[in-house]
Design a protein around this ligand. Structure first.
Ligand code: PEP
Ligand code: MN
Length: 341
């Protein structure tokens, strides 16, 4: 349940009200905005009589939150969440953030070349997998800790914050110490033990939508992280599995406005894993901006033909530059900051 009170409510009365709710076993989160004070009540609110509460002149509105996710819900938290990653602001409605880099970190030369190039072409964050969730156990599994070290080196040389995927709870501490955004991949969206551990830290989490997850299931996974206390969740639509086989996945563009309506969390699009083909990455990226995404995470490789992972969907350095030109032009119309404007 969400209770909106007038800002003129006396502090002592507000404190008593909050304490009364807590005495009923409810968790109360207080959000103080400029125009109102919002109380988010979590727990069994059926015991409360909304009509009686509304008799209080200091209570302006009461809404029952139907969705099973509460902390992720926009009803509970009307203002957009803006996540700051070393000065890069994600979800502020004014910028379109581009995270770019290879599917996997392969060598020092590769990651440094790609990092410097994407940086000079307007990327704000460097992506790169060190631990890879591959369908086949015989495929390249990533450089693991060595990969993290190489990403750190690239961060040092370029100043770009780094985002990389975690696969198991035992690595949370290492990731928390070493990376700027921790990515939870599609295959781990419902790895609840992992989500619970990520809830205990404050590091921003990029939560990808599961291959067959509904929007509600996806937001429930965000809720897992937030329930633990970590509210820094960035959602990522990366395509879902449908009957269509032409593309690797089907990019659910409608999920962006849907999630924006349902939740206050930032949402970005991964056009690379959606398409599976590099030539489709540009139109899908432009579409992501058009439907209101806060940014994209895109795969870029200095030599896609010889990439150890996902070469077919990776842009080469020039294609990435061309994409940024188009995004820059388009961003003028959408009033968003994106490189090259
Ligand atoms: C990735 O980003 O490299 C990746 C494996 O993505 P997803 O989890 O969306 O498949
Ligand atoms: Mn990939």
């Amino acid at each position: 349940m969400v209770i909106v009170t007038k800002t003129t409510i006396e502090r002592q009365k507000l404190d008593t009200m909050v304490q009364d709710f807590r005495n009923l076993g409810l968790e109360v989160d207080i959000i103080e905005g400029t125009g109102s004070i919002v109380l988010g009540l979590i727990g069994d609110t059926h015991q409360l009589d909304a009509d009686r509460l509304l008799l209080d002149p200091d209570i302006e509105r009461i809404m029952r939150v139907q969705e099973p996710f509460k902390k992720a819900s926009r009803k509970f938290h009307p203002e957009a969440t803006v996540i700051d990653v070393n000065g890069v602001s994600i979800g502020d409605g004014k910028s379109f953030v581009v995270m770019a880099g290879p599917c996997s970190v392969e060598t020092e030369e590769q990651i440094l070349t790609v990092a410097k190039s994407v940086k000079s072409n307007g990327a704000s964050i460097l992506r790169g997998g060190a631990y890879k969730p591959r369908t086949s156990p015989y495929s390249f599994q990533g450089l693991e800790l060595e990969g993290l070290e190489l990403l750190k080196k690239a961060r040092k040389e370029t100043g770009l914050p780094i985002v990389t995927e975690i696969m198991c709870p035992s690595l949370v501490e290492v990731f928390n110490e070493n990376v700027d955004i921790i990515q939870v991949g599609a295959r781990n969206m419902q790895n609840f033990d992992l989500l619970k551990e990520l809830g205990k830290i404050e590091k921003p989490i990029l939560l990808k939508r599961g291959l067959s997850a509904t929007i509600e299931e996806w937001l429930m996974s965000a809720e897992y992280i937030m329930a633990g206390g970590n509210h820094n969740v960035i959602l990522c639509e990366r395509g879902i599995r449908t009957f269509e086989t032409y593309t690797r996945n089907t990019l659910d563009l409608s999920a962006i406005p849907a999630v924006k309506k349902l939740s206050h969390l930032p949402v970005v699009v991964d056009p690379s894993h959606s398409a599976g083909m590099s030539w489709m990455v540009e139109p899908l990226s432009l579409a992501a901006m058009a439907v209101g995404a806060d940014g994209i995470i895109v795969e870029v490789h200095n030599d896609p033909k010889n990439a150890l992972c996902d070469g077919a969907q990776s842009l080469d350095l020039d294609q990435y530059g061309a994409l940024m030109d188009k995004l820059g032009n388009m961003s003028v119309h959408f009033g968003k900051k994106c490189y090259k404007i």
